[in-house]
Write a protein that binds this ligand. Structure first.
Ligand code: UFG
Length: 335
């Protein structure tokens, strides 16, 4: 039986970023227990790990799992901005209510260390770029509001109960683990890079470019794309940081430079050697023109810096999308 000290509960560990964090934790010598209700996660992304399939509200499963670990990484959340506008109830139930149930169960089980999967959506539409941690947090959709609520709860729990936490505000997570074992699987898929790659592979007719009239150099939105393996490594550094740090801290995780939709498409064409079939569509509501991180606090305090380029993001995402397509074809043949 591995020791409690080196064991981590990865809640939502069968999802995109959680599965990458599980692998990086294991590569760093941690014992990982994945806890996931598989509502959005996938069993195959947790292959090779102990997997507890249960809801956060199910204390009969959660409490014994918490008693075996020294800390938590919390990824379990709904994360689609558009859906959160149509169905806020789902976001406040899953991201806030269930999240608080997890915090309370953690306190009761004696766990005082947590790394939280937050987002740049807590900033809403920032007045200045790059975004620092001091940029006002003014979310413009229920998804961002739900994440901000949880960050605030972590601050209150730090003062009152000594819960030590780090909230990691991701910018645009993309790419896949270099091993090719895990990667991004969303249903429906809405993110730019997988949607563009699916268009290249003929899985969708074309990529829609949401708006070409933004106040940016080429008229398309600019985002800070950060490799999921870089994000996963930040989680391990944050977890280690909590060994010597009280309170609740927050860090932006991005590269510090933006790429426009057109630049991402150009990189995809370079990497795949194929054309991205595309058409211009109206703006998508709620898209800020530009979101770019100032990641210097994470570098100064966690010793973290994104190492992988946009090209590596696209290369690994391309390898993964092709694997996913073969997997779906094999499954269809077996039916
Ligand atoms: N885009 C397209 N076509 C598509 C998909 C996206 O043109 O088919 C554009 C979007 O308009 C945006 C950029 O590509 O300008 C990136 O869009 P994504 O959907 O990939 O990512 P978002 O920037 O919308 O979302 C990210 C995170 C969310 C977070 C949000 C904050 O994935 O979790 O930033 O704004 F909430």
């Amino acid at each position: 039986m591995p020791g409690r000290e080196s064991s981590v509960l990865v809640v939502g560990g069968a999802g995109y970023i959680g599965s990458h964090a599980s692998h990086v934790l294991r590569r760093n010598g941690y014992q990982v227990i994945v806890y996931d209700n598989l509502s959005r996660g996938h069993r195959f992304l947790a292959e090779g790990f102990e997997l507890i399939v249960a809801d956060l509200a199910d204390l009969s499963q959660l409490t014994p799992a918490l008693k075996r670990v020294s800390g938590i990484m919390h990824f379990a959340a709904d994360s689609q901005v558009g859906e959160s506008m149509r169905n806020p109830r789902k976001y406040f139930s899953n991201n806030v209510q269930n999240g608080i149930a997890l915090l309370n169960a953690a306190l009761d089980a004696g766990v005082r260390k947590l790394v939280f999967s937050s987002t740049c959506a807590v900033y809403g539409i920032p007045a200045t770029i790059p975004i620092t941690e001091k940029t006002p947090r003014q979310p413009v959709n229920p998804y961002g509001m739900s994440k901000l609520f949880f960050e605030n709860a972590l601050e209150a729990y730090a003062w009152a109960y000594g819960l030590r936490s780090v909230s990691l505000r991701y910018f645009n997570a993309a790419g896949a683990d270099e091993s090719g074992i895990i990667g991004e699987v969303h249903d429906p898929e809405t993110h730019l890079i997988p949607c563009a790659l699916k268009a290249v592979m003929g899985e969708r007719d074309s990529l829609e470019i949401f708006g070409t009239d933004y106040p940016t150099p080429d008229g398309t939105c600019s985002r800070d794309y950060v490799h999921v393996s870089d994000l996963a490594e930040a989680h391990v550094l944050a977890f280690q940081h909590l060994d010597n740090k009280q309170g609740a801290a927050q860090y932006n995780l991005g590269t510090g430079s933006g790429a426009s939709v057109q630049e991402v498409i150009a990189t995809i064409e370079e990497v795949t050697g194929k054309t991205v079939p595309r058409r211009i569509a109206p703006r998508r509501s709620g898209d800020p023109p530009e979101l770019v991180a100032d990641p210097s606090r994470a570098q100064a305090e966690l010793g973290w810096k994104a190492k992988r380029s946009l090209r590596e993001i696209v290369q690994t995402a391309w390898q993964w999308e092709q694997k996913l397509q073969r997997r779906c074809q094999d499954a269809a043949l077996q039916r």
